[in-house]
Ligand binder design. Structure first.
Ligand SMILES: [Mg+2]
Length: 411
């Protein structure tokens, strides 16, 4: 047995914290997020609100249409962070490694402590019990042989649930007839593509392995493995020494002297850096760029503190830094962020949810992407996830570089 993994997931976390602290909210449809007269989305909602069809990520106006009598509250992230720290302190005592993937969610490697499945069941019970007694909140716990299976298991009996999936066979059996989306890596776009080929269930993926691999390449292999119940990933504990910097750089096949083009590349690199940071849950306080000239001499420029924000802010800072370096032909360009700190609640922060600022940044980003796309005849906006792969990014940038000459109309 390779792994014994527990996935803990708090039930309707923000809403449950608010209800705990104000019993008058109990039994009411409670929606945490933007106010109905603002732009924004539902961060989370109580199970009573879910009965009206409200769910996290739903546009707040739509939520209001579904549930006009609900109680609408803004999130109090400082409070949720405090509760989260308390929860993590409880959970980690049972694990040799713990990986926090959100304020209210963690993978725990319990193999060492548990020794066997029975030991792990006891730990699951303790975790549920102590979470309730010490924090006054309920959680759902999944026990399994892999991360994917543990996450699937914790969803299975929500709220206040417990479920176990002890081997790949049990995982396959459980998911066989379910929609492809029930595999956590399969998002709406991937699902749509799979459906177009008549692949609707997890079993269909298993029966069409070759096609799935052909359609999605490396990701296809991963999806097909998951459908088989294969997932050997370890629980990755957070260690502060990992948190130095995140950077992305590209070497051009031919040297580049067009600084407008360099800015465009900085933009794409900033997107990639931000995506990586979000994925691993880091915030940053510094932005840096690195330039290597044709004579192999390198310069770097950095700025700290900066506001931790979005890709567009990394980009804007990077452009300011680019203006400080000599303008000569360039071989390599890189963007980085540093002074990182772990942000265990990053998934949906206040700004992501409803900040006008982040809305503006999003619009700004879309505009830059569209302008870029129009200029090069490429669909950047529709292929953002693909651009996260350095290989694709590199190919794209090389394509752009070869088309620089048409660039006289750019600003
Ligand atoms: Mg949760």
């Amino acid at each position: 047995m390779k792994n014994i993994i527990i996935h803990v997931d708090m039930d309707a976390f923000y809403a449950s914290v608010e209800i705990r602290d104000n019993p008058a909210l109990k039994g009411r449809p409670l929606i945490i997020g933007s106010m109905p007269n603002e732009r924004g989305v539902v961060a989370t909602c109580s199970y009573e609100a879910r009965k009206y069809g409200v769910h996290s990520g739903m546009n707040i106006k739509e939520a209001y249409r579904q549930c006009p009598d609900g109680i609408y509250m803004r999130p109090n992230f400082d409070k949720y962070k405090r509760v989260s720290a308390q929860l993590h302190d409880i959970w980690k005592t049972y694990a040799s490694a713990s990986e926090y993937i959100a304020l209210d969610e963690a993978y725990l490697d319990v193999k060492e402590r548990a020794k066997d499945w029975n030991g792990a069941r006891k730990i699951a019970r303790f975790i549920k019990q102590r979470t309730k007694e010490e924090a006054g909140l309920s959680c759902s716990v999944g026990l399994a042989y892999s991360k994917t299976a543990a996450k699937t298991a914790s969803e299975e009996k929500k709220p206040d649930g417990y479920f176990e999936i002890l081997d790949a066979e049990a995982f396959r059996e459980l998911l066989a007839d379910r929609d492809v989306r029930s595999l956590y890596t399969v998002g709406p776009k991937t699902a749509e593509k799979l459906n177009a080929y008549g692949i609707h269930t997890v079993l269909d993926i298993r029966n069409n392995r070759e096609r799935v691999e052909k359609l999605f390449g490396k990701k296809g292999i991963w999806i097909a493995d998951l459908a088989m119940g294969i997932d050997d990933r370890d629980v990755i504990p957070y260690r502060s020494e990992d948190a130095k910097s995140i950077s992305r750089e590209l070497t051009f096949q031919e040297d580049v002297s067009d600084f407008v083009f360099l800015k465009e590349v900085l933009f794409l690199l900033s997107l990639s850096v931000e995506n990586r940071a979000k994925r691993v849950g880091f915030q940053w306080k510094g932005v840096s760029i690195k330039i290597t000239y044709s004579d192999m001499k390198s310069v770097s420029r950095s700025k700290s503190p900066v506001d931790c924000g979005t890709a567009i802010e990394i980009y804007n800072e990077a452009v300011r830094l680019l203006e400080q370096v000599p303008k000569m032909t360039v071989r390599l360009v890189g963007v980085g962020i540093y002074n990182l700190s772990r942000d265990e609640y990053r998934q949906l922060t206040f700004d992501d949810l409803m900040g006008d600022l982040s809305k503006r940044h999003e619009e700004e980003m879309r505009e830059v992407l569209e302008a870029l796309g129009n200029h090069y005849g490429l669909d950047f906006a529709g292929n953002l996830d693909k651009l996260q792969h350095m290989e694709t990014l590199h190919k794209t940038v090389e394509y752009m570089r070869k088309h620089i000459k048409k660039s006289d109309t750019r600003t």
